[in-house]
Design a protein around this ligand. Structure first.
Ligand SMILES: C[S@@+](CC[C@H](N)C(=O)[O-])C[C@H]1O[C@@H](n2cnc3c(N)ncnc32)[C@H](O)[C@@H]1O
Ligand code: SF4
Length: 320
């Protein structure tokens, strides 16, 4: 392989939040309780992988071939997941391991274990702590903001992911968010498109139009022209420069789900957080990752990169 394949590995669907638009249809754990791993290594949630199986997957991967973003659910809800992050980091190098988390369970013990072992940590913040955002549970932005501060203070490279959707695509919110990120010392701001998947499966009318996205991109570009925060627009986002994109499924990235299923595109999830059938490539660790990536189905997706401006997923969802 030449370039590393980016893997978004959702290691669990367990999460202390229940966001209404959650793309993985996370399984809600009440009262912000952390989960204790079972002594016999059986998965805490039926259908998810045991730690041993997760390690087997990492062992299958050559250290030069992959870059892994651990996501969920909430990675930190189960302390055992941190062992997997550290194991992966020791093999791939800290530059090739990152975390996307909601910001809960960041104790000093966790921060000390992770420091120097991951390239960066990204936390989602879609709205200002003072605003009630219907797509997030009450209290979410406050927890995320406090966690961002703690991560910066601890010396992590910190990013914020913001899903651009109706609730936050206005000047006041975006200016307020940018101001907040600058004050906290966040280094990167990733702007994501909204996907009608998971809990919002096929609710395509909720996706803002390309024109609205384009205007918002232009607004953010103006807002951040001299900003210390590095701004990154997701490749599917309509941009103001002449824009074309190519499908990245398999050619550049894949998803691994809590069950070990391999998804050609990590966004292609149905209401239950399962891969859409055409996108399902195989299941690890029973199958070997290299065999999965050599399969005919994988080759089909790899070829999609040749077609400009074609997202099969959005087409199926009839997103205009
Ligand atoms: C599934 S979450 C997992 C990490 C963590 N639980 C969180 O929410 O940040 C990964 C990213 O996907 C975003 N996300 C969730 N549902 C989405 C959707 N329907 N469309 C686009 N992004 C979504 C989250 O906001 C977050 O930035
Ligand atoms: S979007 Fe993230 S924080 Fe919200 S329920 Fe889903 S996994 Fe949990």
């Amino acid at each position: 392989m030449n370039d590393r394949i980016s893997v978004v590995w959702n290691i669990t669907r367990l999460c202390p939040f229940a966001c209404s638009f959650c793309c993985v249809s996370a399984v809600h754990v009440k009262n912000f309780q952390q989960i204790s791993p079972n002594n016999d290594d059986t998965p805490v949630l039926a259908g998810e992988l045991s730690f041993r199986c997760q390690v087997d997957i990492v062992d299958q991967m050559d250290a030069d071939d992959f870059r892994i973003d651990f996501s969920g659910g909430d990675v930190l809800i189960n302390p055992r997941n941190i062992d997997l992050v550290l194991y992966t980091s020791a093999k791939f190098g800290s530059d090739n391991v990152s975390l996307s988390i909601p910001g809960t369970f960041l104790t000093n013990w966790v921060l000390d274990r992770l420091l120097g072992k991951v390239s960066d940590i990204e936390i989602t913040l879609d709205n200002l702590p003072s605003v009630k955002d219907d797509s997030r549970p009450l209290g979410y932005p406050k927890i995320a903001t406090e966690s961002l501060k703690r991560l910066v203070e601890h010396g992590f490279r910190v990013g914020v992911q913001t899903v651009l959707k109706q609730e936050n695509m206005n000047a006041n919110t975006l200016e307020g968010l940018h101001h907040l990120l600058v004050n906290i010392g966040v280094q990167k701001w990733s702007l994501l498109k909204f996907f009608p998947v998971g809990r919002y499966f096929q609710r395509s009318h909720y996706v803002p139009s390309d024109k609205t996205y384009q205007e918002t991109v232009e607004f953010i570009q103006g807002l951040t022209v001299n900003s210390p925060v590095k701004v990154h627009f997701q490749y599917l986002m309509p941009q103001c420069e002449k824009h074309d994109f190519r499908c990245r499924a398999v050619s550049r990235s894949i998803g691994i789900l809590p069950s070990g299923k391999v998804n050609a595109c990590f966004w292609a999830l149905n209401r239950r957080g399962e891969p859409l059938s055409d996108f399902l490539l195989g299941k690890l660790p029973e199958e070997n990752i290299y065999d999965v990536l050599k399969s005919e189905k994988a080759e089909h997706w790899r070829c999609q990169q040749r077609i400009v401006n074609n997202c099969e997923l959005f087409e199926r969802m009839e997103v205009k």
